[in-house]
Design a protein around this ligand. Sequence first.
Ligand code: UGY
Ligand code: MN
Length: 257
Amino acid sequence: MALPPTTRTRLGARHAVITPESHVRTTLPGWTGTRVIVTVSPQMGAGFVQYVAEMEAGGRAGAPPPGVERFAFVITGAVTVEDRGIGRHDLGHEGYVYAPPGAVLALVATQATHLLVIDRHAITAPAGAAPAHALARSLADVPGLPFLGDPAARLQTLIPDDLGFDFGMNVFTFDPGACLPLVESHYMEHGLLFLQGGGIYRLEDDWYPVQAGDQMWMGPFCPQWFAAVGKEPARYLYYKNGNRHPLRDVVTAPGAE
Ligand code: UGY
Ligand code: MN
């Protein structure tokens, strides 16, 4: 008799680790030639949605629901994006795009492609702040700066950190043996995709070996710490809400302001 299958996927009160052997594919309205693996969503208590879109060549992204902003990152493959604000861009490996709500964002895979996508209800910018604008770029063009003075832990900031934007996307690179300098606990959430290497992640009181392809959700105030283990740098892409008063930035429903 075959043994029952196992998984490294774990769901805690304020965190989740979602690993590839537990992925289940579905479809989303408007997307064509694409299967989707939703790994973070309000069903687990998160204030945003994270998914991997597996697109065939010629596959197209569906429009985000009304009031929803979108970030998409090319894990593998290539896409063409087009929108009134930014014109037409070809994005290859580790290219990315941000589109505010209502931006006419056409996104077409020009070869078999895997995207990491974040969708969330946008919270309007405070009076006086310039609203968020569409952008398309390549991760390779974003400088990596020492995190809290440590050159062995470098942070790339993919979206401008100004009041127009209500979330950030960053890539953290840790040299082998480097670690976060503190066990963080903050009201902001994270969605995370491991891009390279691995290490040990502490989430609440649990400790997880993690590696490229793993995804995570860290809910509000989830204690979190990471150390890179292995012979190559560990890299992860992560989402972080911010730049809004916490009373306005709760787990959101349509029109919540
Ligand atoms: O930006 C952050 O909060 C980041 N230092 N957190 C993390 O990597 N878990
Ligand atoms: Mn954090």
